[in-house]
Design a protein around this ligand. Structure first.
Ligand code: IPM
Ligand code: MG
Length: 362
């Protein structure tokens, strides 16, 4: 088993180091190889996703990814910006199925800005289509308008598009996931306005026939954004397109107290996957040793479960994280009165200690 380790920019290097430390104590045989990605790769090789990094990622069974981006690259041409690295990896590896669980740990109920009773016990799964939609749709670009409200003016355009097979495969991913949970899927779209959303809904209804045991309902994206903060526990599996999923998954993250807790998995049809925290590179706190490594550590657990077929090792990491939270250790983002504030490295060490202690006591 081979893992490509791509720490990236900002806090990426610090948090990935902690996840690697955790993987190292599991006594599993895998090879890990690191490479530069994002702004770091641009600095060294002139491109955010160099050929060598892409090759390593393609050949690996799984990619452990930190984060990319920094404001200092905002002025670069779009193809050279750090974000293109993650978009390029998604596209080149065909990672169409993005899993973003939002789980509110009991110990962190107080860290959310929502009332505890709204989020206590929250456990929802957002499944975001990741290689289609307006993110990748052609044509796109800038030009001089020949029609519209201001002919002759500079304009920019993107194309939102989805094909039936693209929707079918993500629908199946969602229904299969629901079968392992509470057998409910909410499909989110904007079919009252958009053609792509109408096709999305039609296909969801078609695929639902293959899963008579799973209940499907539909929600418009604006309403879904509202319901997520009004009554988040009413959701279970949410399936949606690339653009809506980007927005709703950040919103869902905040229900859990901190985006610093949320892992994610992006899979292709051969279960090869990229695993990354749901948060970004946070350049404002980079290098300070205060970032929360738990989202990345939990992403490593998802990697063991989904791509490396090591569910027991994944359980060990997840229980260790719970034990560490129960012991009262908190990074700044999840700190509250009465808990102990620790840095990135101490948090990683605590997870390692919880895992190795479990091993000894059996
Ligand atoms: C995410 C991020 C990315 C996205 C950016 C960094 C391109 O926001 O993974 O949610 O928009 O998909
Ligand atoms: Mg996002």
């Amino acid at each position: 088993m081979k893992i490509a380790v791509l720490p990236g920019d900002g806090i990426g290097t610090e948090i990935v180091a902690e996840a690697v430390k955790v993987l190292d104590v599991l006594d599993l045989k895998f090879e890990m190889e690191s490479a530069l990605v994002g702004g770091a790769a641009y600095e060294a090789h002139g491109h955010p996703l160099p050929e060598s990094t892409l090759k390593l990622a393609k050949e690996a069974d799984a990619v452990l990814f930190g984060a990319v981006g920094d404001w200092k690259y905002d002025k670069l041409d779009r193809p050279l910006r750090p974000e293109q690295a993650i978009l390029g990896l998604r596209k080149n590896l065909g990672l169409f199925a993005n899993f973003r669980p939002a789980i509110c740990y009991e110990e962190l109920v107080g860290a959310s800005s929502l009332k505890p009773e709204l989020i206590a016990g929250l456990d929802i799964l957002i499944i975001r289509e990741l290689t289609g939609d307006i993110y990748f749709g052609q044509p796109r670009g800038r030009r001089v308008a020949t029609d519209g409200h201001f002919p002759g003016a500079e304009e920019a355009f993107d194309t939102m598009r989805y094909s039936r097979p693209e929707i079918e495969r993500i629908a199946r991913v969602a229904f299969e996931a629901a079968r392992k949970r509470s057998k409910r899927v909410t499909s989110v779209d904007k079919n009252n306005v958009l053609e792509t959303s109408q096709l999305w809904k039609d296909v969801m209804l078609d695929i639902a026939k293959e899963y008579p045991d799973v209940e499907l309902d539909h929600m418009l994206v604006d309403n879904a954004a509202m319901q997520l903060v009004k009554a988040p526990k009413k959701f279970d599996v949410v399936v949606t397109g690339n653009m809506f999923g980007d927005i709703l998954s950040d919103e869902a993250a905040m229900l859990t107290g901190s985006i610093g807790m949320l892992p994610s998995a992006s899979l292709n049809s051969s279960n090869q996957g990229l695993y990354e925290p749901s948060h970004g590179s946070a350049p404002d706190i980079a290098g300070k040793g205060v970032a929360n490594p738990l989202a990345t550590i939990l992403s490593a657990a998802m990697m063991l479960r989904f791509s490396l077929n090591q569910p027991e090792a994944a359980d060990r990491i997840e229980s260790a994280v719970k034990a560490v939270l129960a012991s009262g250790l908190r990074t700044g983002d999840i700190w509250s009165e009465g808990t102990k504030r620790v840095g990135t490295r101490e948090m990683g060490d605590a997870v390692v200690a919880a895992i190795t202690k479990k091993t000894i006591t059996g």
